[in-house]
Design a protein around this ligand. Structure first.
Ligand code: AMP
Ligand code: ZN
Length: 118
């Protein structure tokens, strides 16, 4: 399978690792939109949030446990945002489930957080 994030997990494509355990890998986004912008992904290939089911959903709790650990280690527990884009309308570009961990700036919420494509 030609999946960019599977290749990153295997070390075939370089990444800047932030955190790793048995199930989860976290690395710096190559094109950050906030001062801290990490991607937290399952090591197992799941194409997106629409493919989470009773067989694979335990990895999502592992991911959120990892996010809490990363937030403490990076001293961002006071404020961060977790986002997953799923499907074309949401702008998903890499079809391996990933959670954007965004922090380091005071973020707005509302229409400006979901800018429509013009
Ligand atoms: P999404 O648009 O939600 O699918 O997010 C994909 C994210 O992957 C984007 O924020 C990209 O900047 C990021 N990205 C793409 N290629 C790489 C890479 N080789 N290393 C790190 N991040 C990447
Ligand atoms: Zn993959």
């Amino acid at each position: 399978m030609n999946c960019l994030f599977c290749k990153i997990v295997k070390g075939e494509i370089p990444s800047t690792k932030v955190y790793e355990d048995e199930y989860v890998y976290c690395f710096k986004d190559i094109n950050p939109i906030t001062p801290i912008h990490y991607l937290v992904i399952p090591k197992e290939h799941i194409s997106g949030a629409s493919e989470i089911d009773e067989k694979n959903s335990s990895v999502v709790s592992h991911i959120f446990e990892a996010i809490a650990k990363i937030a403490k280690a990076e001293n961002i527990s006071e404020g961060f945002r977790v986002v997953t884009n799923c499907g074309e309308d949401a702008g998903q570009t890499v079809h391996h489930l990933h959670f954007h961990l965004l922090a380091g700036v005071k973020m707005g919420w509302g229409e400006e957080a979901v800018q429509p494509v013009k």
